[in-house]
Design a protein around this ligand. Structure first.
Ligand SMILES: NC(=O)C1=CN([C@@H]2O[C@H](COP(=O)(O)OP(=O)(O)OC[C@H]3O[C@@H](n4cnc5c(N)ncnc54)[C@H](OP(=O)(O)O)[C@@H]3O)[C@@H](O)[C@H]2O)[C@@H](O)CC1
Ligand SMILES: Nc1ncnc2c1ncn2[C@@H]1O[C@H](COP(=O)(O)OP(=O)(O)O)[C@@H](O)[C@H]1O
Length: 318
């Protein structure tokens, strides 16, 4: 796994298919749905019901043993229409996803308390969009997943200066992770992940076609599934530093899913729709760098390609 913890000014190494392959978990004969991890989502709202559906899709397609979604009944109806596998009653949760598709300005005080309880717990938490304002004082291990606009607001709240330039971005993500005491995943054309220790990596597996509404909600759900799988593995749970490679892996798989959906055949990735794309045998390393061509995609298209992207990474397993 690439390390860059010593020198905080160094550019972080790129996260690769082989790195992702080491992180992904495969069920065994002894597995059951709970041992594979329950991803608990408090995402979406009456104002943004679609984000609930999209984050649920991300979690379900990234291999959760169970997706538990909690929220308003009218939103639950939409979630269940799309995915009847989802459980909408309270119960066991191994990792949480909060904030996607919620507006802090419209949040009921009871919901704020619930989010604070989750962040005071011991299960890992993916903190997206509308929950980024409740991070202060969190004791649970967490990954914050801001886009550039949310990142700027987060830094302002922390009293940190705004970052500039590529080198500045990586340093700023490390600095923000240290200040928050949690992992920060800054979404963009390059996605930068840093842990409080200074460990950092950059994910370049995506495509600009991902710049469409809702793809970030899919990513949050996918990361929730990976965190739940890790947390369900043993009583020791998942520490904050362990969340960083999980976050990088979710971003890597999400980026490749975006390329597959857009029909971009990067080096080693079979063209979308080809039979080779269906399984590990078609996998290979994914080239970094600019991608040409492609076609418009939707966030659900990305979610649908997550299993293929997963298999491409897994094929790199030594
Ligand atoms: N189907 C659904 O239900 C969907 C629900 N969604 C949910 O909607 C909620 C609001 O989320 P949001 O991202 O639209 O708005 P918000 O956080 O208020 O910031 C927007 C401002 O920030 C700035 N900005 C700078 N960089 C930026 C960047 N890289 N990407 C984006 N913005 C960037 C930019 O200002 P500018 O720089 O252009 O002046 C812009 O005006 C949230 O809960 C989310 O989960 C969405 O996921 C879509 C699908
Ligand atoms: N130009 C780009 N190139 C590659 N990936 C991008 C680009 N723009 C956005 N993305 C990816 O698309 C996703 C957008 O997430 P986000 O901004 O949270 O959108 P939303 O809130 O609508 O879900 C992120 O995974 C981000 O890395």
């Amino acid at each position: 796994m690439g390390m860059a913890s010593g020198d905080h000014r160094a550019q972080p190494p790129e996260w690769t298919a082989a790195d992702a392959a080491r992180i992904l978990r495969v069920p065994t004969d002894a597995s059951h749905k709970y041992s594979r991890g329950v991803a608990g989502l408090r995402t979406g709202s009456v104002s943004y019901p679609g984000a609930a559906v999209l984050s649920v899709e991300g979690a379900a397609r990234a291999g959760a043993g169970m997706v538990r979604w909690l929220g308003p009944v009218e939103v639950a109806r939409l979630v269940l229409q799309r995915r009847p596998e989802v459980v909408t009653t309270p119960g066991r949760v191994d990792a949480w996803v909060i904030g996607s598709g919620t507006d802090p300005g419209n949040r009921e005080p009871g919901e704020t308390l619930r989010l604070r309880e989750i962040l005071a717990g011991s299960h890992p938490v993916v903190v997206d969009a509308g929950a980024l304002d409740v991070l202060d004082g969190a004791s649970a291990p967490f990954v914050a997943t801001p886009h550039a606009g949310e990142f700027a607001r987060l830094r302002e709240r922390l009293g940190l200066p705004q970052a500039s330039g590529e080198a500045g971005a990586a340093a700023a993500v490390r600095e923000t992770a240290a200040a928050l005491g949690g992992v920060v995943l800054l979404k963009g054309s390059e996605t930068i992940v840093a842990a409080p220790s200074g460990w950092a990596t950059v994910v370049r597996s995506g495509t600009p076609w991902l710049a469409t509404a809702g793809t970030g909600d899919v990513l949050a759900g996918a990361l929730g599934a990976l965190a739940a799988a890790a947390a369900a593995e043993g009583p020791a749970g998942v520490g904050v530093e362990q969340l960083a490679p999980l976050a990088a892996t979710a971003a890597w798989v999400h980026g490749v899913a975006g390329r597959l959906a857009a029909g971009i055949a990067a080096t080693g990735i079979p063209a979308a729709g080809s039979s080779a794309a269906a399984g590990p045998a078609g996998g290979g390393p994914v080239a970094a760098g600019p991608t040409g061509g492609g076609r418009p995609i939707t966030a659900l298209d990305v979610a649908e390609r997550l299993p293929e992207a997963w298999a491409i990474a897994f094929a790199e397993r030594a």
